[in-house]
Ligand binder design. Structure first.
Ligand code: SF4
Ligand code: SF4
Length: 353
């Protein structure tokens, strides 16, 4: 990609104005006690000092999206056979997500393998993914719940980003990661980064130093399979879980959804909405049978999917970017790191029995 560039602090607003002129720009701001992505408004201060409470996953995978509209019509020639007119609702327009942390963008690589790879193509996801660019900001310091480095990532990981910014004295070192990103950094506001590349490297090193020692998660895949039938183990781990679902809704790698029709008279719309595997209803069948009847079954599935089943299907890739949101947001302090490590420890103990 292009050489590194420098953007002075004083030019950030001008760059955002340039970006906003051609497309929707989503940027983080404070709302109440939370940091959320909203359409950029120069009158509202950006919040770039901490990671967003709600990740930017809605930019590509909205909490609720219309897939199509339909209408029942009658053919005068065949009055007994109503026809259905269907109109697909494909998304339009480009979006730039500005100021996400690298893990928030890397989360979409987990989605890509499910929605847009290997002969699978979800046209709604693919259209938004193609039209969305991520300008991410490298982390300066790890939070206590961060564990991106346990899952093969890091505070300045460019994977999933289109442009990576690193804060240095007086501004930002700007690196285009993809062609899509290069198209966003071509204006005269940028100059060559030159000596600031050293400051960029120092900032990345400082952020890495703030992380704890990574734990080896390689044994987790088999350890979680080994623990599958040990419901006593899962009951203990899930005892304090409230099944509130905050961990799934805020997770940048959770992609479960439900599809419903909302109809009025002869017309209706088909909607896709986020679903939540921590909810009792998620696997409730029409017969009343529920294959995941307890929160122990559901927590087992959430952890098992991310660290064992998904890696088994996708060449070892872990379906977690280590952002720590589920840890920070869980009202009762369930820590997914401890659950995975407990399964690994269980397997180690069993091997010594
Ligand atoms: S499981 Fe938790 S740490 Fe992993 S990506 Fe989801 S919210 Fe982040
Ligand atoms: S956020 Fe915590 S309490 Fe709520 S469902 Fe997730 S693990 Fe359970």
């Amino acid at each position: 990609m292009d050489q590194a560039k420098f953007l002075p602090d004083a030019s950030l607003a001008a760059w955002l104005a340039e970006l906003s002129a051609a497309r929707l720009v989503l940027a983080p701001r404070r709302e109440g006690g939370a940091v959320v992505f909203k359409p950029y408004d120069p009158a509202v201060p950006l919040e770039l000092t901490r990671d967003a409470t709600v990740p930017p996953k809605g930019a590509v995978f909205p909490a609720c999206e219309e897939l199509m509209r339909y209408r029942r019509v009658k053919d005068p020639e065949k009055p007994g056979q109503p026809l259905l007119e269907v109109e697909e609702s494909l998304p339009e327009g480009g979006v730039v997500v500005f100021g996400s942390r690298p893990c928030g963008a890397r989360g979409f690589t987990v989605y890509d393998r499910v929605f847009d790879a290997g002969g699978l193509n979800d046209p709604y996801y693919a259209a938004r993914r193609k039209a969305t660019a991520f300008v991410t900001l490298a982390c300066r310091e790890a939070g206590s719940a961060c564990f991106c480095h346990w899952v093969g990532s890091g505070p300045a990981d460019p994977d999933g980003s289109d442009v990576l910014l690193t804060q240095v004295p007086g501004g930002y070192v700007v690196r285009a990661v993809t062609e899509k990103g290069a198209a966003l950094v071509g204006s005269g506001l940028f100059s060559p980064a030159d000596r600031r590349e050293g400051e960029e490297a120092a900032a990345h090193a400082k952020a890495r130093e703030s992380l704890d020692d990574p734990r080896d998660l390689a044994p987790a895949r088999q350890a979680l399979l080994d623990a599958f039938d040990d419901m006593e183990f899962w009951s203990q781990l899930s005892a304090k879980c409230l099944s509130c679902g905050a961990c799934t809704y805020l997770c940048p790698t959770c992609y479960c959804f439900n599809i419903t029709d909302e109809a009025q008279g002869n017309e209706g719309a088909r909607l896709r909405t986020w679903d939540n595997c921590m909810s009792f209803q998620f696997t409730l069948e029409a017969s009343g049978h529920n294959p995941r009847p307890t929160k122990a079954h559901r927590l087992k599935n959430r952890v098992g999917h991310k660290f064992s089943y998904y890696p088994g299907l996708h060449g070892g890739a872990i379906a977690c970017c280590g952002c720590g949101r589920c840890i920070r947001s869980c009202p009762v302090g369930v820590d997914i790191r401890q659950l995975v490590l407990a399964a690994v420890e269980r397997a180690r103990e069993k091997s010594h029995d």
